[in-house]
Design a protein around this ligand. Sequence first.
Ligand code: AMP
Length: 282
Amino acid sequence: MQVITSREELRELHDTWRHHDEHVAIVPTMGNLHEGHLSLVKLAAEHAERVVVTVFVNPTQFGDGEDFEDYPRTLERDTRRLKTLQADVVFAPSVDTVYPFGIDNATTVSVPGLTQNFCGASRPGHFDGVTTVVARLFALVQPDVAVFGQKDYQQQLVIRQMTTDLNLPIRIITAPTVREPDGLAKSSRNQYLSSDEREIAPQLHVAIQHIGQELQNGKRNFEELESNAVDTLQTGGFTPDYVAIRRAQNLEVPDRDCDEIVVLAAAQLGKARLIDNIVVTI
Ligand code: AMP
């Protein structure tokens, strides 16, 4: 496995792979890899002969006052973990490599509509940062396949939309959320939790699972289910951002006949902003 930082090295490898008719999968990450990320790498290896894991803490997707400076940067440890998997390359570019004209002069990519609500509403500019960096990583790596986690449900929908709209010849694959044994979705931000908060944290998953169960029991009072969950979270010590029951396909408000539902939630717990979701067929 090689660790590279320049576009020239990437181009050289890419030319060799193409020469051998090998397909390339990309797994974009911000590093500080955990089992969730590693599951994406394993899935990528099932869909392409070559796997490029990108490690880049993208400044443009962090808002003012968010944790860009504090975000854990652990490239050496990440590289050691990836060596045990079928990753061919770790691409860890500098900000200058990803944004050669500087961030203020960067061409940006924006997906309206899907980014208005939920994490898009609470984190203005976040999804523009995500689509802009993913478009750039796609252009640098030129993958055939890209793997994203279901944990960031809205994000993978936004990236699917961008890819379709720009006609990019890249297949987007969404990998299931990897959880701790108590149900908490694995996240680099879980390490911001105190031990007391860590005890409470799985209740976010419990709350959306409870909604999933109620939907499967035939309940269709979506707004009441959402607001009950918000109350429960608040009582439990969270500062809820949203709990939402939406169409899995496009995040629109479902009608009573909709069969594929996503239950999305985000809440602040101490210093950590936690998100989670489940997809239910009703
Ligand atoms: P991040 O490094 O947080 O930007 O995440 C990189 C990729 O890993 C994204 O596609 C995430 O959705 C995915 N990911 C993060 N946590 C998990 C998890 N617990 N299970 C599955 N995928 C995840």
